[in-house]
Ligand binder design. Structure first.
Ligand SMILES: C[S@@+](CC[C@H](N)C(=O)[O-])C[C@H]1O[C@@H](n2cnc3c(N)ncnc32)[C@H](O)[C@@H]1O
Length: 343
């Protein structure tokens, strides 16, 4: 086990950490949460968790093996850096670069000075290191916040997640109800799929959720009551070389016989059609179908407007609410991102 820290996205107060923990659970890593400070989470976990989190999490920016945690006082940081032995993370001949991420109100000047000092401290401690800012083998990452400074190391550059290239307007088929790339990925992870699980989205729309699940390597299936959506969703997924099982269906009675996890964004009668039905009627029937499709202990993650009877409806169908996060969209819509487990 190693001390590892992850820098989380500041886009939401609870979802990034919840996503990280769901992935560690799904991938069966044993871990202890050491600390959660600002946008940094410190864990005791095996180093092999790092590439897995890089590959899966949408709301985690960087993961590193921890070298030192200290107060954010520049003079003290300099003194500590000079005393540090980097030999647990660096070897003679490694090509390194130092990068500092600032969180909160920290000035840019401090960042440049710190990057230089980290590089100098490493080079003078380990003979034969080469600084290579373009293609480093090991990236030394410092995180400077108002309350702390933490230093770590990771093999290779920060992961490129391709969110920008996959944004909704870049896909062949677009609809106003589309969900953002990062939220879709985060919701898939909150449902805790593993191995070659089948991820089902019975209200698939343009396919944002299935796209992220498919790109993470899961099997994907979905459906929509609108033919236009099914065709558009297929087009979007094929654009990214995915081959989903899609059907034109009513999610209240779907032809699918089984799913490992369900991740979905049901309609609630504003931008997306409910085909004239009351939204809670659709939700109730959906939960009953979900209960038929899922094995005990497996999860549903869904997004729904805050203030609806989501928890009660889930409970009636034999599901337990295991976590819930509120996400402000605009003055008349706050979404609840809820995770249910089949009892
Ligand atoms: C909020 S949208 C989903 C958007 C999707 N997450 C995306 O990123 O594009 C809900 C979808 O549910 C579909 N829908 C409405 N009633 C349905 C039903 N009874 N069965 C299946 N799909 C339904 C709508 O046509 C709409 O495409």
């Amino acid at each position: 086990m190693d001390n590892i820290f992850f820098v989380l996205s500041g886009e939401h107060p609870t979802l990034p950490c919840a996503e990280l923990r769901s992935v560690l659970d799904a991938e069966s890593f044993n871990y202890t949460l050491l600390d959660k400070m600002h946008q940094v989470v410190r864990l005791r976990v095996d180093e092999s968790a790092l590439p897995v989190i890089d590959a899966r999490c949408g709301l985690t920016r960087a993961g590193c093996l921890e070298i030192a945690l200290m107060e954010p006082n520049l003079e003290r940081i300099s003194r500590t850096l000079r005393r540090l032995s980097f030999d647990s993370v660096l070897r003679k001949g490694d090509r390194i670069a130092a990068r500092v991420i600032r969180l909160g109100r920290v000035s840019g000047e401090k960042i440049e000075r710190l990057e230089e000092e980290i590089g100098t401290a490493a080079v003078s401690n380990i003979p034969g290191l080469n600084v290579d800012l373009r293609k480093p083998q090991v990236l030394l990452i410092g995180v400077l916040a108002e309350e702390f400074f933490i230093l770590g190391a990771r093999k290779g550059p920060l992961p490129k997640k391709g969110f920008f290239e996959r944004r909704p307007r870049k896909r062949p088929f677009f609809h106003a109800t589309v969900m953002s790339v990062k939220l879709s990925r985060c919701m898939v992870n909150l449902a805790r799929p593993r191995d070659d699980d089948l991820v089902l989205d019975p209200f698939c729309g343009t396919g944002s959720i299935l796209l992220e699940a498919g790109l993470m390597g899961f099997r994907v299936a979905g459906g929509d009551v609108k033919r236009r959506m099914v065709v558009g969703c297929a087009e979007n997924l094929r654009h990214f070389d995915l081959d989903p099982a899609l059907v034109l269906h009513d999610a209240r009675q779907t032809p699918f016989r089984i799913a490992d996890v369900i991740v979905t964004d049901p309609p609630y009668g504003r931008a997306a059609t409910t085909m004239g039905l009351a939204s809670c009627e659709i939700l109730r029937a959906f939960f009953q179908e979900a209960s038929r499709l899922l094995m005990k202990g497996r999860h549903i993650c869904l997004a729904y407007p805050q203030g609806s009877k989501l928890k009660e409806i889930g409970l009636e169908s034999g599901f337990a609410l295991i976590e819930s996060h509120l996400l402000y969209v605009h003055s008349s819509l706050t979404r609840e991102i809820a995770v249910f487990c089949k009892g």
